[in-house]
Design a protein around this ligand. Sequence first.
Ligand code: GDP
Ligand code: IMO
Ligand code: MG
Length: 432
Amino acid sequence: MPAVVIVGAQWGDEGKGKATDLLGSRVDYVVKFNGGNNAGHTVVIGDEKYALHLLPSGILTPGCVPIIGNGVVVDLDVLFHEIDGLEARGIDTSALLVSANAHVIADYNRTLDKVTERFLGSRKIGTTGRGIGPTYADKMNRLGVRVQDLFDEKILRAKVEGALELKNQILTKVYNRRAVSVDEIVEQLLVHADRLSPMVADTALVLHEALSRDETVLLEAGQATLLDVDHGTYPFVTSSSATTGGACTGSGIAPTQISRVIGIVKAYATRVGEGPFPTELTGDVDPAGDGEKLRTAGGEFGTTTGRPRRTGWYDAPIARYAARINGVTDFVLTKLDVLTGWEQIPVCVAYDVDGERVDEMPVSQTGFHHAKPIYEYFPGWTEDISGARELADLPANAQAYVRELEAISGARISAVGVGPDREETVVLHDLL
Ligand code: GDP
Ligand code: IMO
Ligand code: MG
């Protein structure tokens, strides 16, 4: 069985964690290939709720090998805190493998993330403050510290020295912070080295061998298409490749090995942090405060930072864009249950950009900032849909909503989420 990719089709928090967990029992390896602990995946299994940040959601499935790929940036404190938390709840994490080439988040990069945001003021990105951007910047700048460096103290020291030569200048002269010492950083990074050592592997080779044995590999994206550093709403993006292309570079699996790309898309839209969001429900367009209604119904508060998520309506041009960029073969439409109780549901089918109708993502950032949604309105439903398991179980208007979205979103819808629990899913087509 070849590799399958799961990607977010909007601005994150679409329910990727639940989708991964849903497939979990049928896959042999789950790989996180991008991002770090800026991600937050909530997975609900019966009465148990798990919030994962750095570990791939496949860690919850017995028998599945979870892998942190080379494209990830790893905060070692968070990694072991998360492992300990799961072990305390009886989850076996001993199969976890970590790529020797993954980069490590050093404390100075957490500091720089926060002070840079403060410095930017009204131009801030609204980052999670976890040091993600500065660590990827170091990677591209060839100043990064990798997992493998932790096992050769001389090399580690030389790398930290090299990085701090520049970082300390910035910290002290630009941001008026104290300089950090090489010893301090090396000591912090080495705290977990012995515990990490048995998990470190050439994960690209491990995955290659697994695929040769016909085993199933699931590549699980953090963040989402519109937060991708190349394809997202730059500069209001994260600093990694959150799309299918990133699944290859961030894991070492070749594009020809990927057979299926599952795009996760919410039945409405949310965004955390700054940046354009054409269908957002704001006080200006919605004095009744219905953005709040969607937020409350959907529990739209960040898993990582607890920040209230901005909420808005389904945006079909974005879904089509995500379908194209990622080569989506199947969409999983999540949180349909959250829309229960609306008399009518607006769906953005195109934009008005400075008086002109634009059917696809505008070419320029300015165009997207100016984009006003052109809505079509679909009739709602009031019945509780959480017990639906087949399309025919849904009320007629909910079925029509799903079919309409499918017709305008660029790929078929193969599953529909009707509640947070693993079981609360309507399956239309097999996902594997
Ligand atoms: P991720 O970052 O894409 O993994 O998504 P998050 O976990 O950050 O956010 C999705 C939230 O929606 C989580 O709290 C899930 O438990 C929840 N969720 C996922 N699918 C559904 C669904 O179909 N219905 C409802 N009501 N909640 C869902
Ligand atoms: P999951 O995997 C939603 C957003 C931040 C900010 C921008 C840059 O749970 O879908 P960063 O700290 O990455 O430099 O912040 O990206 N962001 C997310 N938004 N879900 C996420 O992950 C996110 N990860 C980062 O809010 O706007
Ligand atoms: Mg999330």
